[in-house]
Design a protein around this ligand. Structure first.
Ligand SMILES: [Zn+2]
Length: 285
């Protein structure tokens, strides 16, 4: 089992505590996101990009089940260079939060294209954004349609885009249909289940994701949003148990459940064959 969404403060140097907590939560590892860029002052002090990259690589080094993810601000002047250095250093993925620009912003699109060209995936925040700023409008799933024009891009939208989960499912369908029409472009969208969704909405949302009729089995990833320094074992357990109970109720089959809790993260990261032939979604479906 893997946790697809773990944050690091950047101060903790030794992953031992995290690995112990993950084990207690029944997890073998997960994707660990670097400290935030400077454009998120509310999250506390940032560090320069080189230092943040060094920190996350040092933290995950030697641990084959901890996958480093570099949080990048695509509007920073040297973002292209950051992508280059991060890819050469062995980063597995990038994280982006569109906090003051639309996903379709040409400056940002250039950076996504560079990441896609290097065959690395991007985890985007999506849905309501709790940053005390006027920013949620930038994070609606529909705004990510713009990424259809980037060849070979692999990206996920976090938090099931709550409260715009229906909109996310529709956009997911759109990407699946586009893939059916032209697999050459093969833009792939993953749904990151990280809460996000308040408990009240969870069953309703998972029911929609898993019973809408779209081929989602290999494109949904479980995550917790826990932090490396204080991985909340109890909270992680609660979400795994709650989701599992919902899946059983919805009759989601065991292989799909196992993929969501585990190897779909590896598919997203390009470490395992993705769903090469998803069930086609044709006009009107
Ligand atoms: Zn997060």
């Amino acid at each position: 089992m893997l946790d697809g969404h773990i944050h690091t403060t950047g101060d903790d140097k030794d992953p031992k505590l995290l690995l112990k907590s993950l084990k207690m939560a029944g997890m073998d590892g997960g994707m660990v996101i670097s400290r935030h860029p400077q454009s998120f002052p509310l999250l506390g002090k940032s560090k320069d990009p080189e230092q943040r990259l060094r920190d996350i690589l040092a933290y995950t080094r030697g641990h084959t089940r901890l996958f480093p993810c570099f949080w990048i601000d695509p509007l920073e002047k040297n973002a292209l260079k950051q992508v280059d250095v991060a890819c050469k250093s062995g980063i597995n993925a990038f994280k982006i939060i569109c906090n003051r620009f639309y996903p379709s912003d040409p400056r940002a699109m250039k950076i996504y294209s560079a990441i896609a060209a290097r065959k690395k995936p991007i985890l985007f925040h999506s849905g309501i954004l709790w940053d005390g700023q006027v920013s949620s409008k930038f994070n609606r799933p529909l705004e990510f349609e713009a990424l259809l024009s980037i060849r070979g891009i692999v990206f996920s939208l976090a938090h099931i885009s709550w409260p715009w989960c229906d909109e996310l499912i529709a956009v997911y369908g759109k990407f699946l249909n586009a893939y059916s029409i032209d697999p050459e472009w093969s833009a792939r969208l993953y749904i990151d289940l990280t809460p996000g969704t308040p408990v009240l909405y969870r069953e309703d949302t998972l029911r929609k994701v898993f019973t809408v009729g779209y081929d989602v089995a290999h494109n949904v990833i479980f995550g917790t949003d826990c932090s490396t320094a204080a991985y909340n074992v109890k909270w992680a357990h609660e979400w795994v148990d709650r989701d599992t109970a919902i899946y059983k109720k919805l009759k989601v089959d065991a292989p799909t459940r196992e993929s969501v809790f585990g190897c779909n993260l590896e598919r997203f990261l390009g470490l395992r064959v993705a769903n090469e032939k998803p069930k086609k979604l044709l006009m009107g479906e």
